[in-house]
Design a protein around this ligand. Structure first.
Ligand code: G3P
Length: 219
């Protein structure tokens, strides 16, 4: 499973990139606003593209089909690694079908059901993004949706990749991997939490102290 960062913060992308394990980025208008806004969305995406050599999702805001198609073509032209995010509704689905036939890579966002994922897959989307945390928020089991989409796509050999999104804590990342997601996109804080463990810290402290004692260094 690939690990992607869910952020529009260039600082976070830069900080995480040094570990060499992040292979893509997802952004959305809320993350853009959270990162401080002020800059053009295109400039932010292009700066991220200069740091991470992998897919970078940038979201469309148009509400009608023609607007979505036009905006998606424009966003796709920003950089070869840019993937256009389109929400799944009737207009979104029509736009996804048309754009996929032109070769535009689409990440279908705001997926909350397997039917929505199947429609996006049939329309030619490159990715579907089930929002795990938001389903958990309303009392459903978000990861069950990821599992079901993976099962259906596997059975019918859909080439569409399942991108587990709206992950809120490190356990979500493990569960996404167990569910067979192709990609997990996560906030920077969740990524940091993946490599921390108090027993690792305690173990390192003890090894250091024992090593110093063994070598005669006063601790
Ligand atoms: O990738 C989707 C993500 O940004 C949504 O996360 O925590 O707002 O549900 P959240």
């Amino acid at each position: 499973m690939e690990l992607w960062l869910d952020t529009a913060s260039v600082d976070e992308v830069r900080a995480a990139s040094r570990f060499g394990v992040i292979s893509g980025i997802t952004t959305n208008p809320s993350l853009w606003a959270k990162s401080g806004g002020g800059r053009e969305y295109r400039d932010v995406v292009l700066e991220i593209a200069s740091i991470i050599d992998g897919p970078i999702s940038a979201e469309c805001l148009s509400q009608d089909v023609e607007g979505l198609v036009e905006e998606a073509r424009r966003i796709a032209g920003w950089h070869p690694n840019v993937v256009v995010k389109i929400p799944i509704d009737e207009n979104g689905l029509e736009a996804i079908s048309r754009l996929s036939r032109e070769g535009v890579k689409i990440n279908t966002t705001l997926i909350f059901s397997t039917n929505q994922a199947m429609l996006a897959g049939q329309a030619g989307a490159t990715y579907v993004s089930p929002f795990v945390g938001r389903l958990d928020d309303v009392g459903e089991e978000g990861m069950a949706l990821v599992r079901e989409i993976v099962e259906v796509f596997d059975r019918y050999n859909f080439p569409t990749r399942v991108l587990a999104a709206s992950l809120r804590h490190p356990r979500h990342v493990v569960e996404a991997a167990k569910a067979g997601a192709h990609i997990a996109t996560m906030p920077y804080a969740v990524f940091q939490a993946m490599f921390r463990h108090p027993l690792t810290d305690a173990g390192m402290k003890r090894f250091l102290e024992d090593g110093q004692r063994a070598s005669g260094v006063k601790v």
